[in-house]
Each structure stands twice: as C-alpha cells, then as structure tokens.
Write a protein that binds this ligand. Structure first.
Ligand code: MEV
Length: 301
C-alpha cells in the first residue's frame, strides 16, 4: 500500500488579480490531504463523501485521476482511501490537494515515472475539467509546497510566523465571485484595472519583505490588499468580522484568502499571539485553525 499526502494553501497576496495576469504570493500550509492506494480487484474510492467506484458526481477529481493515470500504468483495480484535514470548498485548495495526492499515489504504486512538474500539470488539467475554469495556482503550490510567487513560479523564503485560518463556514462560489469582478471591471475599467494592477504591484513589493522575514511590513501590505479586495466587492460581513477580530487580538495582518464572499480569512501572528487570535475568531462563532507554512509539497508518507 502507498500513502501520499499533499498540502492546502492560502493566498498572502493577489487572489482575483491573478486572474488578470497579475502576480500573487501563495503559501502552502501544513494541513494535508492523505491518499492511500492499493491494488484491488475493482475500483473503489472511499472518503467522507461515501464509497463509490469511478463516479463523476461524488468523486469527480479522483475518478478523473484514475482514468488519466491508466495511460501511464497498468491500472485494473485499485482501492483509494482519502482523509483530509482541509475543510472542503473553503478556498484552501482541498480539491487540488486530493487531486495531486491521488496522482502521486498512483504514480508511485504503478511506477509511472511522472515528474513533479507533470503531476502539477495533470492536476491543473483535471481541476479545469471539473471546475470549468481553474488557475494552475492551487495544484502547483500543493505539488511543490513552500511560498511561491505566481505566475513566475519563484520560490520565496518560508514563513516562520504562525498562520491562523478563520472559516466562516459560508459557501462561496469562486465562479460567481470571479464573474462579479469581471462585470465590475467592464463597468468601471478605469477604476478597477488600477486596483488589480496595484494588487499585483503589492505582491512584487512584498516579495523582498517575505525573503527578509519582515512580517510587520509584509503584514501592512496584506492589510492594504484586504482593503482592495473589499473595494472590488469580494468581501462580506462574516469575513470582515473575523478580519477585524483577528487584528484587534494582535494579528500582524488579516485578510480574505481565496475567492471571498464567504469561505476563509487568514491571519499572520507571532507564535505567542497565535492562540489569542484563534480564540478571538472562535468567539465570533467561526472555526479557527492554527497552522504554519510547509516547505513540503506532495510527499510519500
Ligand atoms: C480562488 O481561490 C482564487 C481566485 O483568484 C480565482 C483563481 O485564481 O482561479 C479568485
């Protein structure tokens, strides 16, 4: 039996702007999805969603992984078991993590010889097939780990501070939020384009501060990024409440991560303040997850 795991991610900078070719900075987090794979007499996929065979409704990502990996290995029957520390559909890259970990588990089990770049790119193709439109960010960061500048794919120094994720538990549709930004941009190009450009410029400015471990300066920029996300209409009352609760409790920075609307926010804090910030988020009735940056992308367990 083979077990592989892959991490989720948060956006430190640049969600939405990255859709228009601007730079973003993403950070792999130490919350992982584990996939066990072993040869079996039929195809079985087990997760919290249920136990199925190839099933494009219940397990669309893993079903596509198995179908595509048949081109590289002699896959007749396989049992796949999935466990995840990542809340599903909350913008932390849970679908990328399960896709990448499944590709790598089959790659190892059947000695297919795929390199990491190929794992990431197959992961992206599958995300695009299932979601209709997905940037390569999630699958790339889940495969490679670390802190990465996108689309340049430049690896920055790892974050040494604590990362606290606050989950509103409110569903947010990435597709809808991306479409709303596109509409706003069409209506007010002279206003929205400079905002998106400035978000991209912030990623470039922040790169140096990430590499210098200067979280105070980087945090100021993250807070400005939050303001600009609000300006393009992807904020929300629940997210703002958590962002301000985290800042009031001493976070270095706090902003939305991912598409916004609902989903998650992320705060950075010193290790000694992290617990206080998690409590402040929980006091608002939301789930708080204390985590950190991981340098490890997909790995064999
Ligand atoms: C969603 O997690 C991030 C967005 O930038 C969309 C994307 O990059 O595909 C909003």
């Amino acid at each position: 039996m083979i077990t592989c795991s892959a991490p989720g991610k948060v956006y430190l900078f640049g969600e939405h702007a990255v859709v228009y070719g601007q730079s973003a900075i993403c950070c792999a987090i130490d919350l992982r999805t584990r996939v066990q794979a072993e040869e079996h007499d039929s195809i079985v996929i087990e997760s919290v969603l249920g136990t199925t065979g190839l099933d494009q409704e219940v397990h669309p990502y893993v079903s596509r992984v198995i179908e595509k990996m048949k081109a590289f290995g002699n896959i007749r029957g396989v049992r796949i078991h999935i466990d995840s520390e990542l809340p599903v559909g909350s913008g932390l890259g849970s679908s990328a993590a399960v896709t990448v970990a499944s590709i790598q588990a089959l790659n190892q089990l059947y000695s297919c010889g795929l390199q990491l770049e190929e794992v990431a790119s197959m992961g992206h193709i599958i995300e695009r097939e299932v979601q209709g439109n997905a940037s390569p960010t999630d699958t790339y960061v889940s495969t490679m780990g670390g802190v990465v500048m996108i689309p340049e794919r430049r690896r920055l120094n790892g974050l040494e501070c604590s990362i606290i994720v606050g989950n509103t538990g409110k569903f947010s549709s990435t597709r809808e939020l991306v479409a709303n930004v596109a509409k706003l941009r069409q209506e007010f190009p002279d206003i929205i384009d400079p905002i998106l450009n400035n978000i991209g410029r912030m990623s470039h400015l922040a790169e140096e501060h990430v590499n210098r471990y200067d979280y105070e300066t980087m945090g100021k920029l993250m807070n400005v990024n939050q303001g600009l996300l609000d300006a393009i209409g992807v904020g929300g009352a629940e997210l703002s409440e958590l962002v301000y609760a985290a800042r009031d409790a001493g976070a270095i920075s706090a902003k939305i991560t991912g598409a916004g609307g609902g989903g998650c926010m992320v705060a950075l804090a010193s290790k000694q303040d992290a617990g206080k910030i998690a409590s402040a988020i929980r006091n608002k009735g939301a789930e708080a997850i204390l985590t950190s940056n991981t340098q490890e992308g997909v790995r064999l367990e």
